[in-house]
Design a protein around this ligand. Sequence first.
Ligand code: ADP
Length: 230
Amino acid sequence: MWGRSLERTYVTGEVSVHALRGVDVSLRRGELVVLLGPSGSGKSTLLNILGGLDRPTGGELHFETQDLTNANDAELTRYRRRSVGFVFQFYNLVAGLTARENVSLVTEIADAPMKPDEALDLVGLGARVTHFPAQLSGGEQQRVAVARAIAKRPKVLFCDEPTGALDSATGVRVLEALERVNRELSTTIMIITHNVGIGDIADRVLRMSDGKIVEETRPGRARRPSEISW
Ligand code: ADP
């Protein structure tokens, strides 16, 4: 997918914030991309636009053969439902449902989903399917959230600070789960993080500053998640 000259201006009363000031970005199929940059530099805004949660106020956005630039609500909903998965910093699991049931919420409305147990197996939770969120560690809950996001086999998975609330040991397990999803399902993955070390697991690192992408590097997956300095 690609975006060209993407802009996003938030207008609140008399104040305008230019969150994106002309971003050119492309994600190749099966790529693992890390997006770095200080708070307020526009990372979440860009991720939300690429994921169809928000619309640019300028520029162009394309996914495969679809032109999403002027997509209406129904078209964006269809794009998100069919093609996109999200993982956020806080896992948003339903407390009264088991891991399997949490994943089922998504597989019940998807076109050609995996079985919930298969998705949970992929993230290393095959033995925890009947556990409730409160019986799982933070990292395990985040891996349930990853399983839930990938069970519908999205083409692209957008992760906003997926390890932001985790210590290094559990964060590494979450990154290993994401890497495995990327490798085995060829899911394109974009990860926002403050943790510069995580850039080493990526094919490509984009660094944002003040609403623009100011640097692009290609670590070429220099390290495995277990080898990064946290
Ligand atoms: P990052 O993810 O890099 O921290 P964001 O994309 O969240 O950056 O924010 C970029 C800028 O846009 C910031 O100045 C932020 O305050 C502003 N912003 C983000 N969301 C909104 C919103 N809903 N309304 C107004 N301003 C916003």
